[in-house]
Ligand binder design. Structure first.
Ligand SMILES: [Zn+2]
Length: 511
């Protein structure tokens, strides 16, 4: 057992690096969890672990077999000892750890700088998984045939990989300095372990990719956007490849959503880093923008909770931010004409409805198509959530009577007032230039919900008004000005969403 390791982290159970083991310092730092401890404590922990392993072996092999005698025992005897005494115990534990590791793998295991994710909750402590790894390693000399060797290798590598990922699950729960360097180490080692377990090769590739992303984050945090960019690009491309591979794999399909989330994060980071170094921008400032998006307290209960409390929504948010970064890096986005210096995102929504008009004997049905515009950062405005009419161009407000259909004379071609909005929504692909871009923070589904909520309120008393489902076309950017608060261009006429003027400049999340 000499080659096990000579020191173990008393906090997480990880083997300590050779350089720490060999140094003269009374303190050692774990490269897996980052804890600094006294050398004597790490030594004491290791001795305790070895004692436990020895007593486990004694229980498994009656008759007082000592591992140090293995070399003197012939291979038939070793084969029998392994298969009769060791194998059932190792296999039971292996199954348990494999199951727990698989459920951890179903969570995204990387987070953006300055953000945390508490959703991955491992079943075990890393010290238990490292102990299992050490136990399995201690019986390696007893595995003489291929089948036994496969079992031991799988157990050794699964124990180690799982333990390392438990440490990473902890590191993404807390925003501590230096965490990305630790995560990159853990991902690299976990990747190498998974690549040795049959059927887990794509998982190994996933963690190689995440090691790249973590390394990129480490570089970006230290201000090196250019170097970080290459890591993000590698991570992004590898994650995309893993995603393709596992989409058809029944066993690994359960981590598909997690990998998708990781892939979108890597893509956004790649776009962000490119933006920062191409524009000579400030990495910290850009990261702070991301921080603001994630640290915002979106409601997780109430009628918006099921949408805003769902983390998958950030995939779409990342994609939209990536598209902005691409536009910033020389691309284009849908922008309408205008001179404002702030490009404000709006969801462009098609609404069709029909209503009956005419006298009792000459009724006819009138069909109307309207454009509605929804400021795409409405989700950070509590008032928009409770009063949907303030989150969009309130086209039915021109008929403030109790019923929209009340008082119809028979000549109407429309009972809403959005005619002018159509022109505003005529956006074409353009470069944002030097203008500031306000980030879209809502998803299509959320835009659809706010429109539906609005229609439910406005048209509740008009059961003869036939509405079709609102169709959310896309995001467009309308140039606005800022004068203390946001100012909509004159094209909105009387239909300026209330969200716009009540947005103070300091609330805007811009890039
Ligand atoms: Zn540790």
């Amino acid at each position: 057992m000499d080659d096990l390791v000579s020191l173990r982290c008393k906090h997480c159970g990880a083997p300590l690096d050779r350089k720490d083991v060999e140094s003269d310092s009374p303190y050692v730092t774990c490269s897996s969890c980052g804890t600094t401890q006294q050398r004597v404590d790490a030594k004491a922990y290791m001795e305790q672990m070895m004692g436990q392993i020895q007593s486990w072996i004694s229980k498994a092999i009656p008759g007082g077999f000592s591992m140090s005698q293995t070399e003197n025992v012939d291979s038939i005897a070793r084969f029998n000892i392994f298969n009769n005494n060791i194998r059932p115990r190792i296999e039971t534990e292996y199954t348990e750890y494999k199951f727990a590791a698989n459920s951890l793998l179903a969570n995204p295991l990387i987070v953006l700088p300055f953000t945390v994710d508490k959703s991955a909750v491992p079943t075990h402590k890393s010290s238990s998984a490292f102990e299992f790894n050490a136990r399995a390693k201690s019986v390696e000399p007893l595995a003489v045939d291929e089948a036994s060797k496969t079992i031991v290798t799988s157990a050794v590598e699964m124990g180690s990989a799982y333990a390392l990922l438990i440490n990473n699950a902890k590191l993404i729960q807390e925003d501590t300095p230096g965490r990305y360097a630790l995560m990159a180490n853990n991902f690299k080692e976990a990747a190498s372990s998974f690549s040795k377990i049959k059927g887990y090769a794509p998982i190994g590739e996933r963690f190689e990719a995440l090691a790249q992303v973590a390394e990129g984050c480490d570089k970006l945090m230290s201000g090196n956007a250019m170097e970080s960019s290459q890591h993000f690009i590698n991570g992004r491309d590898r994650l995309a490849a893993v995603k393709d591979k596992i989409s058809t794999d029944l066993n690994l399909g359960l981590m598909f959503n997690a990998v998708s989330t990781e892939a979108t994060q890597a893509k956004m980071l790649a776009d962000m880093a490119a933006f920062v170094y191409k524009s000579g921008g400030d990495a910290m400032k850009t990261l702070d923008v991301i921080h603001r998006i994630f640290s915002f307290n979106y409601p997780t209960t109430g009628k918006w909770g099921y949408l805003l409390g769902n983390k998958d929504r950030f995939n779409e948010v990342f994609e939209n931010i990536s598209a902005i970064m691409e536009a910033r890096n020389g691309g284009a986005m849908r922008i309408t004409a205008g001179s404002g210096q702030y490009l404000v995102p709006f969801w462009d929504v098609d609404l069709r409805y029909s209503f009956q008009t005419g006298s009792i004997f000459g009724k006819k049905s009138v069909e109307v198509t309207e454009d509605l515009l929804v400021p795409a950062d409405f989700v950070i405005d509590q008032q928009c959530l409770s009063d949907p009419a303030s989150a969009l161009t309130d086209i039915f407000s021109i008929r403030p009577e109790k019923s929209i259909l009340a008082g119809i004379t028979g000549k109407e071609t429309s009972i809403s007032g959005g005619e002018g909005i159509g022109r505003l929504s005529e956006a074409s692909m353009n470069s944002p230039g030097a203008r500031k871009i306000v980030l879209p923070l809502s998803t299509k589904r959320e835009a659809e919900k706010v429109v539906n909520d609005y229609l439910a309120v406005r048209t509740s008393s008009d059961n003869k008004l036939k509405l079709s489902k609102p169709y959310i076309k896309n995001l467009i950017y309308i140039p606005c000005d800022v004068d203390g608060s946001l100012r909509a261009p004159s094209g909105f006429g009387a239909l300026v969403p209330k969200r716009i003027p009540r947005t103070s400049a300091s609330q805007l999340i811009v890039i």
